[in-house]
Ligand binder design. Structure first.
Ligand SMILES: [Zn+2]
Ligand SMILES: [Zn+2]
Length: 300
């Protein structure tokens, strides 16, 4: 645990030192994406802890190591003045509470603040994004949002699901919450107005975009594309990387060691390309490899 803390401190210090040198453009709060968040291979090699990177002092990216689960999902921890939000809790089986608590403790220490509430929410309800929930259920000052659509709707106050977004304020940090069912019924995207980052879960990431409900997916992608066109979106960050750095080529399902993987972040232009491809299928979905993502319809 001590080793983890040392690594986290070093990463955070480096990122904060760099954050004033990098611009994301527009009025967005500056930050820096990691060049690489390599998740390691099948062998933990004595280091089974989450990889952690600071986008800036209030926005953190965590990645589950491959040796604990081939899905190696990405999680996000975002701080506002009044509360922090953890977006997803990972796949089985790993300690996620310790790195999250460490980041929160370090954040509080930097601000000379005693405590901050934590909200644990999910990009969607699949098992590789909610497995760590139980580690937060009895944590003080913590709310774990339910995984079903009704709970998500209620918590975020989405009156017209899925057509109208709602907002959720962490305290001087407003997130737009956009329902995007299709990959899974309770899928949501989060848009962070401060950094301009859009978190897209399994609906949009460099890899296989599994489509369970094709009609809902097509509408969600189109609705999200309209939102992206109307906002300053700096980066679109999803929950996995399965693509290689070679265009249109993905790693086989179950691959743990991905030394030449695609970078995590995608841009609005790549999302518009997905929207065009999805809409041109006119409801007749087929597997299609675009440059950075693969549309992958699944039969129910
Ligand atoms: Zn999923
Ligand atoms: Zn997933």
């Amino acid at each position: 645990m001590r080793a983890t803390n040392v690594i986290l401190s070093a990463v955070v210090a480096t990122a904060i030192a760099c954050m004033h040198n990098r611009s994301t453009g527009g009025d967005a709060e500056h930050g820096r994406l990691p060049e690489n968040m390599y998740a390691g291979g099948a062998d933990c090699g004595g280091r089974s802890a989450f990889r952690v990177a600071a986008y800036n002092a209030d926005f953190f990216i965590l990645r589950q190591p491959a040796c604990t689960n081939y899905e190696k999902p990405f999680l996000y921890l975002i701080f506002g003045r009044d509360r922090a939000l953890l977006f997803d809790t990972g796949a089985p089986t790993i300690d996620v509470a310790t790195p999250v608590d460490t980041l929160i403790r370090q954040w509080l220490a930097r601000r000379d603040q005693r405590s901050i509430d934590l909200v644990v929410a999910h990009s969607h309800a699949h098992g590789d994004h909610v497995a760590g929930d139980s580690q937060f259920v009895n944590r003080p000052a913590t709310t774990v949002v339910g995984r079903d659509t009704a709970s998500v709707r209620k918590f975020f106050g989405i009156v017209q699901w899925p057509t109208a977004p709602s907002t959720f304020d962490l305290g001087e940090r407003v997130l737009d919450v956009i329902a995007i069912p299709g990959h899974q019924p309770a899928s949501i995207a989060l848009y962070d107005r401060r950094t301009g980052i859009m978190l897209t879960g399994d609906t949009f990431y460099p890899g296989r975009l599994y489509v369970r409900d094709t009609a809902a997916f097509a509408r969600s992608i189109n609705r999200l594309a309209r939102f992206v066109r109307g906002h300053h979106v700096t980066h679109m960050l999803g929950a996995h990387v399965e693509q290689t750095s070679t265009p249109s080529v993905d790693y086989p399902i179950g691959t743990k060691d991905q030394p030449n993987e695609h970078r995590l972040d995608l841009a609005p232009a790549q999302f518009f390309e997905l929207d065009s491809a999805v809409q041109s299928m006119r409801g007749r979905f087929r597997r299609l490899a675009l440059r950075d993502v693969t549309i992958w319809p699944q039969t129910p």
